[in-house]
Ligand binder design. Sequence first.
Ligand code: SF4
Ligand code: SF4
Length: 364
Amino acid sequence: MDDILIKAGQCIKCGRCLAVCPVYQVSTQERFSTRGKLTLITAFLNKEITTSVAFEETIGACLMCNQCNQACIFNLDVPKIIQGTRKILWKQRRLHLNYPWILNKFLANYQRFHLGIWLRLAGLFNPSLDVPSKPFLSGRVPENPNAKVAIFIGCAINLLYPYLGERIITLFEKIKIPITIPKGQTCCGLMAYSLGDTQTAQSLAKRNVQIFRSLSVDYIIAPCASCFHHLKTYEVYQKAGISQKVIEFSQFLLRQDLEVSSPYKVTWHDPCHLRYHHNIWKEPRALLMRLGKNFVESSPNGQCCGQGGPFGLIHPKISREILKRRLLKIEASGAEAVVTTCMGCFIQLKEIGNKRVLHILDLL
Ligand code: SF4
Ligand code: SF4
């Protein structure tokens, strides 16, 4: 706690972050700005204020996009400060019955209970979501003990878009690289981590570590940018030597001799986890530029879609307004489809934004 207190207290309220924080730009509420949140966190940790609905709302008003970190002269790691505060709040709350809590429990436990019940619960979030009858990982997947590449599939592909899992198998067959997709893998734990539920985040990560550490692979590839980020940065994965093997999907693909094709004019949507946390934005564009005139730019400096893990559930109105601004840019670019690799952005743009959304896998 002292660490968060020191970091939050370092903010000098200069306001440079106001220009980049999507939540502030849409809400224009000072308490939702980066410096507003840091001021309240400092007051809370100093016991000058106690927790309240308004305070929890404020702490929930962060997409963990990391844009403020880049604007801040002190490089304050705001997502870490926010997560640390959420951790304290998560421990203090006795009753958590809300949408983010249900989603967190669903992702942590869907393998233990009857899938149909959980999928119906998941359907609560968007009744129009076309939920497949069985997860990708319960079908036939390659489990090759000699493979040098392992795939971390992630919840969204496993539960909602299994066709993308099939495309991974086909792609690696095409490039003749044997892969293994261990069936015992589970959620990476990012949702639990973002909510401050570290107990669940740790137990999920430990389950994955057990599975992936037993493999003699050189690379672990996650086709979802958010899973990639969590596998790369979460201390449980780092300490177990998993993070060191994780390679970002577009960086891996760029090394392969691959043709990229699309019947649509496409634009790239930068996942915040790639662009603002890992400075990865050139590689996916380099791949899409192979499309020639079928690639158009819609956000040279990146632009958040408003999803942000639990953010869209905690602040749906602000989330949709951020999305609206992103969609306007996409429309202005003349693109007929948006390509991304973050499954959170994929869901936000497709299921809420009603856009034609493709994964990079759809073009290979
Ligand atoms: S840029 Fe950094 S120091 Fe300035 S107000 Fe924002 S968080 Fe505080
Ligand atoms: S991480 Fe993103 S949403 Fe959160 S305070 Fe920083 S800029 Fe705003």
